[in-house]
Design a binder for this molecule. Structure first.
Ligand code: UDP
Length: 236
């Protein structure tokens, strides 16, 4: 399978068309951005690490009956995927208070939520990805009410699988962001699942092992990403 034209270049990935019309190749870059593009940089080998982690996690989810866009890992940086009509909703799942939950509602960072919280954000950089409820999403025409029910239940199911997987690897899954898309009358999980899109804290020390180290100039970014990769792949 070979790349033909560049379909889209995002902050962390390029998406290429292929010679098969329903398949695309996601190429993972080392570029890193935070705070909606206000902070930019690179994280050495991030693309390689995030591709490896995402492929492993999508395979795990498939094994658990959750459909994803993954077809196969093609190379260090390239993932062959089913082409999706991306739903412009970012689905965030939270197990522990951090980030914007702390800022917006005054939770203490680290507060363990009794029940996971699922949130929808409009995927629109120009508007700074605003938080929205179901009525907003339906009114905007980004998803139907039925699709939103599926997104929420799919996100909850994914959370159960991932939380256990990471606990077995001595990582707390604090929160994470998912994107879904439509493909031949099905909704599939798309995008990536990586330290760019999740918060991971070490189970024993609570050390942050994700993009927060880049966001807040904490140092040790590459080490944190490769430690997550090591733990994700080590029990295979
Ligand atoms: N997240 C993401 N992309 C975004 C916004 C959030 O991957 O555009 C992830 C983020 O890494 C974290 C979770 O979603 O794991 C919740 O993020 P939050 O709402 O706390 O926003 P942030 O603090 O990242 O601005």
């Amino acid at each position: 399978m070979t790349k033909t034209t560049l379909l889209h270049e995002g902050k962390a990935k390029k998406v290429f068309l292929t010679d098969q019309s329903d398949l695309v190749i996601q190429e993972f870059k080392d570029d890193a951005t935070a705070f909606n593009n206000k902070k930019k940089g690179t994280i050495a080998d991030k693309g390689v690490v995030n591709n490896a982690i995402s492929c492993r996690l999508f395979t795990l989810l498939e094994e658990q009956g959750i459909r994803t866009h993954l077809v196969e890992k093609l190379s260090d940086r390239d993932m062959l995927c089913k082409r999706l009509d991306i739903i412009k909703v970012e689905v965030v799942v939270r197990n522990i208070a951090a980030g914007s939950l702390v800022k917006r509602y005054g939770f203490k960072e680290g507060f363990v939520l009794q029940q996971p919280i699922v949130e929808f954000y409009l995927k629109d950089d120009d508007l700074d990805d605003p938080l929205m409820n179901d009525a907003h999403a339906v009114a905007l025409g980004v998803a139907t009410a039925e699709e939103l029910v599926i997104l929420k239940s799919r996100a909850e199911a994914i959370n159960l699988v991932l939380r256990q997987f990471f606990a077995d690897r001595k990582l707390k899954l604090v929160d994470f962001k998912l994107e879904f898309g439509r493909h031949k009358n099905e909704i599939l999980l798309g995008d990536e699942i990586s330290p760019d899109t999740c918060r991971f804290w070490d189970l024993d020390t609570n050390e942050k092992m994700d993009k927060d180290r880049f966001r807040f100039d904490m140092g040790g970014v590459e080490n944190a990403y490769s430690e997550v990769q090591k733990r994700v792949l080590e029990l295979d």
